[in-house]
Design a binder for this molecule. Structure first.
Ligand code: ADP
Ligand code: MG
Length: 338
């Protein structure tokens, strides 16, 4: 057998294996794009647990007609002009849309800021149609239909509509905490709806309560600590306010939601003497760190991060939480804080 260069459609499908694991990963990429475009209002609609339809509508800056075809092409991005050390956006790899387009029917309808008209491109089975004129007053509408219909092996691994819908909800909640000034509306099957109204920047706890639950604020202590220019802020739940899984841990690195093993384990470590094993503390924590000291480019879905000095970050999390709990007089925390 001889070595051949794969065609772009196949390359995209292979990459999609990493970027697009399930409907929630598509929603994540589309909502991140809307946020990167400066949207103030984002609507997400799904059907069939996202398997039949996901539609994300935003009022962001839109995509000019001449860039619409580029937006769905591999390695085409408007976000990396500052290089990998200066990433200020959620996206930067230029692979989400081409990957999605290789495993689903994808359409992008957009009206760029200042443009007189809207245009649309459609991608299916590796072929791109358009741009053709469409109707839209502002922003972008991205529609994804029939996810994995062309890749039955992947379709088989998806869970029930209900489970996929709840994974989508989880993703939207996580992103919404990082962007309290943006209004999010998620509508799913049976007219179910999650509406998160925009909240003023000086009341970040409001969005957190909207997402995590009203009682969180009464059962959490505020965290604000700095160690060698790394800042940790947010809220850590009282040990009595625990859960059976780590889903209620909302962790952010430079405004990006992450599910990083080291951070999750540091959080458990902080509560080790205050909580039974197998229980998980609730927490909403924001880590701010010089972008050159953290690599977010570890995994295509960008859920994992790599710190230059993980011990510093771990120590900051464990120390800050234990001190805050000790100051509250929480049992078990004083011994731990020493
Ligand atoms: P990335 O986000 O890594 O750049 P994507 O494949 O997600 O890659 O998107 C490609 C490009 O399409 C983006 O860089 C951006 O310029 C444009 N784009 C995608 N979605 C939107 C949107 N909702 N609003 C404006 N521009 C968008
Ligand atoms: Mg993107």
């Amino acid at each position: 057998m001889s070595i051949v260069q794969l065609d772009e459609y196949l390359i995209d499908q292979i990459a999609a294996g990493e970027v697009v694991e399930r409907p929630a990963s598509v929603v994540k990429e589309l909502v991140e794009n809307a946020l990167d475009a400066g949207a103030r209002r984002i609507q997400i609609a799904t059907a069939g647990g996202g398997k039949t339809l996901m539609r994300v509508t935003d009022d962001g800056r839109g995509i000019p007609r001449e860039e619409l075809r580029l937006a769905v092409r591999r390695h085409c991005t408007s976000k990396l002009s500052g290089g990998l050390d200066a990433i200020a956006s959620l996206g930067f790899r230029g692979e989400a849309l081409p990957s999605i387009g290789s495993v689903a029917k994808l359409s992008l309808l957009s009206r760029a800021a200042g443009a007189q008209e809207a245009f649309e491109v459609r991608v299916a089975a590796g072929a791109c149609e358009g741009p053709m004129p469409g109707a839209l007053t502002k922003g972008t509408v991205v529609e994804v239909r029939d996810l994995f219909q062309s890749v039955p092996a992947r379709l088989k691994f998806l869970k029930s509509d209900r489970a996929e819908t709840s994974a989508i909800t989880e993703i939207v909640k996580r992103l919404s905490i990082a962007f309290p000034g943006v209004r999010f509306e998620l509508s799913g099957p049976d007219r179910s709806r999650l509406v998160l109204e925009a909240v003023p920047a000086d009341e970040p706890l409001r969005r957190i309560c909207d997402v995590v639950g009203r009682d969180f604020s009464e059962n959490a202590v505020e965290i604000d600590a700095v160690r060698e220019d790394v800042r940790l802020s947010g809220y850590a739940g009282l040990p009595s306010f625990h859960k059976g899984n780590s889903l209620s841990q909302y962790l952010f690195v430079n405004g990006r939601p992450v599910r990083d093993k080291m951070l999750i384990s540091a959080l458990s470590g902080a509560y080790a003497d205050m909580m039974e094993r197998g229980r998980y503390p609730l927490a909403v924590l924001f880590l701010e760190i010089d972008p050159s000291l953290v690599d977010v480019n570890v995994h295509p879905a960008k859920a994992d991060v790599r710190f230059r000095d993980p011990q510093l970050v771990r120590g900051l999390i464990v120390g800050a939480i234990r001190e805050a709990m000790a100051a509250e007089g929480v049992r078990g925390s004083t011994a731990a804080a020493r």
